[in-house]
Design a protein around this ligand. Structure first.
Ligand SMILES: *[C@@H]1O[C@H](CO)[C@@H](O)[C@H](O)[C@H]1NC(C)=O
Ligand SMILES: *[C@@H]1O[C@H](CO)[C@@H](O)[C@H](O)[C@H]1NC(C)=O
Ligand SMILES: [Zn+2]
Length: 579
């Protein structure tokens, strides 16, 4: 099972089952001794100064408390099952869990202390196993199905969705089936998990390299070449790692070298992983079959917006038809470009801004503080919010800032967020949004304050030079901040549905929508200033940038359609000829 408690842009988290087994939580829980100085009623009581022993003790305490709550629900007499003693009790236990969990599993990504990070990783492992254990509680599942059969009235739409979802999730784990079938499902998933790990391990350990002469690597920078190892005959060794693959594919003039690279890259571990893949397809089909689904794709899609494989297939076909003319136009353009480039080869200066100049020039216009100011301005205006920095906030590192977001009209505090934007020793190296406390209703009917963190790896300011962002980093900033706002603005009853805990194929929608601001002139002007003379981005650069967005959009999306179709084709069959 895959545990998925943060949103990571553009990076796949490996796991055999794509259904996020969302973590549940605890409240009323006593924080460990050192955290007691803060009153329990405080809206953001998250502590980031737990010692490894505190983390271990809290993890044990948390699991004991949640287990006790599940035991209570699981021992309710079948005939006296009620909304109060099952559904609401479960919602409260899950809220309890969700509010206490992240002080334990988040420090592994950001804490300056190595010992604390290790304790947090350890806690994460234990809690992940615990998640699986409580998700398999047949006693609790039986009481939920009994409640569902009673068709309780007076359920709010969200409570009804919660009940239906819990029963569906239980069935997806086979809890309604016989012990023998459950065991077989477990065995099958264990195999799937082992094979998936092996598949990835093979890719990680692959050390294939290609050998090229200097001439064959024409177009690549000297600094790239000087970083390469050499073979005995003096030629260059190029590996299939991204830092070699991408520059070669983007800059090498020699089409034959690019062809060799592309072929080798997409043939990594071909023999051994093809066998694994084909076995995985059969195992997934078997698990789906045991659970009563016609294929693995339908199993996965059931709890997505897309619902089933035939809808996905219709969507891909329609999308393909729409994109095809765009792709054909782009291909013509690229062919013309190639022709022109060939005839232009050898000219020392072409007198224009090329695509490969753009990142370099654009890079001088996005100082981090200016971007943050512009981004805050746009989000505040758009969402009717006011952000204020919390003075002397309790944080995990001196470079982290905490902000409070209020409804501008009513003054009500709707949530808090941390910004932790620069690299540090041992810190998570990508950009991501972490939900830290859910924004749902507590047992007292009051809304809990949602808290989220945006973590990034933007270049640190240096003496005389501010932190300058590339345009794609500005886009990432908007994207992840969109997830932060999604966490903060949601108003729900159940922790299970708070913030970004939505259908997997919806979770990126708000962020992707909000990303559009970085492709419009007005917001770009608001967010930029040349770091030396303060001048705005010149119009011709903005035009180029905006034009570059749609370049290749047809071909790139057609590629996504192909990937989607391959995936669907593999997972709607019992076995597949992957070739
Ligand atoms: C797929 O879902 C759509 C929409 O809910 C439904 O109309 C259709 O019958 C479903 N198809 C199959 C094969 O289940
Ligand atoms: C994060 O930033 C550091 C320092 O700039 C860099 O060395 C590292 O490669 C970055 N991490 C990732 C995953 O890009
Ligand atoms: Zn995202």
């Amino acid at each position: 099972f895959l545990i998925f408690n943060f949103i990571l842009h553009g990076i796949k988290i490996k796991g055999p089952v794509s259904e996020p087994l969302l973590r549940m939580t605890i409240q009323n829980g006593r924080p460990p001794s050192r955290a007691c100085s803060r009153a329990g009623g405080e809206p953001n009581a998250l502590r980031w100064d737990l010692a490894p022993d505190d983390i271990r003790a809290s993890t044990e305490g948390l699991m004991t408390r949640v287990k006790a709550a599940y035991d209570d629900i699981g021992s309710v007499q079948m005939e006296s099952v009620s909304v109060e003693n099952t559904l609401r009790a479960l919602a409260h236990a899950k809220l309890d869990y969700a509010s206490s969990l992240h002080v334990l599993d988040f420090p592994q990504f950001v804490c300056p202390s190595k010992e604390v990070r290790a304790a947090s990783t350890e806690a994460d492992k234990k809690l992940s196993e615990f998640d699986v254990e409580i998700s398999m509680r047949e006693d609790v599942f039986k009481r939920l199905t009994a409640l569902q059969k009673k068709l309780p009235e007076n359920l709010s739409p969200e409570e009804k969705r919660f009940l239906d979802r819990l029963v569906t999730l239980g069935k997806r784990r086979g809890l309604h089936l016989s012990k023998e079938i459950q065991e077989e499902i477990k065995r099958t998933y264990k195999l799937i998990s082992e094979l998936s790990i092996e598949f990835n391990k093979n890719l990680n350990e692959d050390n294939t390299f290609l050998v090229f002469s200097e001439h064959e690597l024409g177009g690549l920078a000297d600094s790239f070449l000087s970083g390469l190892d050499k073979a005995a005959d003096g030629r260059y060794k190029v590996t299939l790692e991204y830092p070699h693959y991408h520059p070669l594919m983007k800059r090498c003039h020699n089409p034959e070298s690019r062809r060799k690279m592309e072929t080798a890259f997409h043939s990594r571990c071909k023999e051994v992983n093809t066998a694994i893949l084909e076995e995985l397809i059969q195992l997934k089909a078997k698990a789906a079959d045991l659970l009563g689904y016609s294929c693995h794709a339908n199993f996965v899609l059931e709890i997505n917006m897309a619902e089933n494989a035939s809808k996905v297939s219709d969507f891909l076909d329609t999308f393909y038809e729409t994109l095809k003319p765009v792709g054909i136009k782009e291909r013509k353009y690229i062919l013309a470009l190639k022709k022109r480039e060939c005839s232009m080869m050898g000219l020392p200066f072409d007198g224009r801004i090329n695509a490969w100049d753009l990142p370099y020039y654009m890079n001088q216009y996005f100082p981090l503080d200016v971007v943050t100011e512009g981004l805050f301005g746009i989000y505040q205006e758009l969402l009717g919010l006011t952000y204020t920095e919390v003075e002397r906030a309790h944080v995990w590192h001196e470079h982290v800032a905490l902000y409070s977001a209020r409804d501008t009209e009513t003054g009500e505090e709707i949530g808090q967020f941390y910004l932790d934007l620069h690299p540090r020793e041992g810190k998570f190296g990508h950009a991501a949004c972490f939900g830290l406390q859910p924004g749902c209703k507590g047992p007292d009917g009051e809304r809990r304050l949602p808290v989220a963190a945006m973590v990034a790896n933007f270049t640190k300011p240096r003496k005389g030079c501010p932190s300058l962002l590339q345009h794609h980093e500005v886009e990432t900033y908007f994207h992840e901040f969109g997830h932060v706002m999604h966490e903060l603005c949601s108003k729900v009853w159940a922790a299970k549905f708070s913030g970004t805990l939505v259908e997997t194929d919806f979770v990126e929608v708000p962020s992707q929508m909000l990303e559009n601001w970085v492709w419009e002139k007005e917001p770009l002007r608001r967010m930029s200033r040349h770091y030396k003379d303060g001048s705005p981005i010149p119009d011709h650069l903005l035009d180029k940038l905006i034009a570059s967005r749609v370049a290749n959009t047809g071909l790139m999306n057609l590629r996504q359609v192909v990937l989607g179709k391959v995936d669907q084709s593999l997972h709607t069959s019992r076995r597949a000829d992957t070739a």
